[in-house]
Design a protein around this ligand. Structure first.
Ligand code: ADP
Ligand code: MG
Length: 427
């Protein structure tokens, strides 16, 4: 498997190491999990399933004194405590068997809590939490406390909370254990939807065979060992995030269109939908090289009635210059992706530094060394698609004391929007 999202290499894990009660809970674990996959850890109680998810979830990693736990190319055991804390907040969402909701907080506050860590303001947190609750049919229970809900309902709240920071990996530990069959089925449906529609990588832990129905890969565990790996159905070709930049995809969703979409709404914030979609159309043509710069400017400043966008000349020129920049940057990014496809582990320092300069072109201040390191890490994570566009922006905005870059909201937003125009990853 080239460039797996999660890779465990020779991992051993002991509880109470060196004490009489020593427990060798995981023995020489070697597994790989594909981006966008749906895997199950299957085995009897006590075989080490939960311990394994703790390691992937960045919990207890400091006790795994042998082997490597690599997520998206980075060894979790090489991360500082702070980096690990960030990973736990934005890298994975865990649905615990016992739900682990805080009894003293209302349902909506439970769901909003992980966002507080990222410094999202309280109003926005509540808004996002409500959206998640509504998605799972729990909107009307927002102000209740967990104890006032049934098991199935608590489960759905716990799923909403796991999604709060938009993590690419969802871990569900025995998610069906405390549910009746109707609610268990519902929970399985949700996991499947998160995998298929939202593109999350799902890791499901279970000791019940019937609940394996949607898993594409099953790792059988026994006494701390993986005894078998089973592909329950042939994994569909999972398109790497980069594929659309390398090969031409369906014209309706070409990378140029995606970039044009992101870019036009950024450039014409406040304009009408019609103007934005017209700009989008011309941008896509310019980005794909179908029209040249003078023609592009012509379109931009032709009157709206005549099929142009109707912009003032100055504004049209400014937009054209930005588009030229982006055409250049996209070529650059294309080369990087080609390189990454061949050599997934290639460090991106230099490329990322160039991109940083471009993203922060309009930024007046100077960054400290720490800010630069964090900024570049976020760009690289975005590149490798380990964080969402939203989380990228959050990391930039988060104060330095909370391991963010500490940029102003406006600067963070501009940088994030610019980055998306060149990545134009499919949503
Ligand atoms: P599963 O989730 O498959 O039931 P676990 O990962 O919870 O298995 O546990 C694996 C083994 O490690 C079991 O034998 C369990 O008793 C032991 N174990 C789990 N947690 C601890 C702990 N905190 N301290 C000591 N032993 C533990
Ligand atoms: Mg368990």
């Amino acid at each position: 498997m080239s460039n797996p999202l999660v890779k465990l290499e020779g991992v051993n894990f002991y509880y109470n190491r060196g004490k009489p009660s020593e427990m060798h809970a995981l023995k020489d674990i070697n597994i790989e999990i594909e981006r966008g996959g749906y895997v199950a850890f299957f085995g009897p109680s006590g075989c080490g399933k939960t311990t394994l998810t703790y390691l992937i979830g960045g919990i207890e990693t400091e006790n795994a004194d042998e082997g490597h736990i690599i997520v998206n190319g980075r060894d979790l055991r090489g991360l500082s405590k702070k980096e690990l804390a960030v990973y736990r907040q934005v890298g994975v969402g865990i649905i615990f068997q016992q739900f682990n909701l805080l009894p003293s907080l209302s349902v909506v506050d439970n769901v909003a809590l992980p966002m507080a860590f990222l410094g999202v303001n309280p109003e926005r947190r509540k808004e996002e939490a409500m959206k998640l609750l509504e998605r799972f049919g729990m909107g009307q229970y927002a102000d209740r406390f967990p104890a006032e809900l049934s098991g199935g309902q608590q489960q759905r709240v716990s799923i909403a909370r796991a999604l709060a920071n938009n993590p690419p990996i969802i871990i569900a530990d025995e998610p069906l254990g405390n549910l009746d069959s109707e609610n268990a089925n519902k929970a399985l449906e949700i996991l499947k939807e998160l995998n298929e529609k939202d593109g999350r990588t799902i890791i499901m832990v279970t000791h019940e065979a019937w609940s394996l129905r949607d898993a594409k890969t099953i790792f059988h565990l026994k006494d701390g060992e993986v005894t078998k790996k089973e592909d329950s159905q042939k994994l569909e070709e999972i398109k790497p995030i980069t594929a659309h930049l390398v090969k031409e995809s369906h014209p309706a969703i070409s990378p140029e269109h995606l970039a044009a979409k992101a870019l036009s709404s950024m450039l014409l914030r406040g304009f009408s939908g019609e103007e934005i979609s017209r700009l989008e159309l011309f941008l896509a043509k310019r980005l794909s090289g179908e029209i040249d710069t003078p023609t592009f400017i012509d379109f931009l400043d032709s009157p709206f009635k005549e099929g142009g966008v109707g912009l003032w000349k100055q504004r049209a020129q400014k937009i054209a210059r930005t588009a030229e920049d982006i055409v250049e940057e996209r070529k650059h990014i294309h080369d990087i992706y080609l390189e990454l496809e061949k050599f997934p582990e290639t460090p991106l320092y230099e490329e990322v530094a160039k991109i940083r300069a471009w993203l922060l072109e309009d930024y007046q201040g100077t960054l400290s060394d720490i800010q630069i390191v964090r900024f570049d890490e976020a760009v690289e994570d975005r590149f490798r698609n380990i964080i969402s566009p939203d989380n990228f922006k959050k990391v930039l905005e988060l104060p330095r004391s909370q391991y963010g870059v500490g940029l102003a909201p406006h600067t963070s937003r501009t940088a994030s929007e610019r980055l998306e125009t060149i990545l134009s990853a499919e949503k």
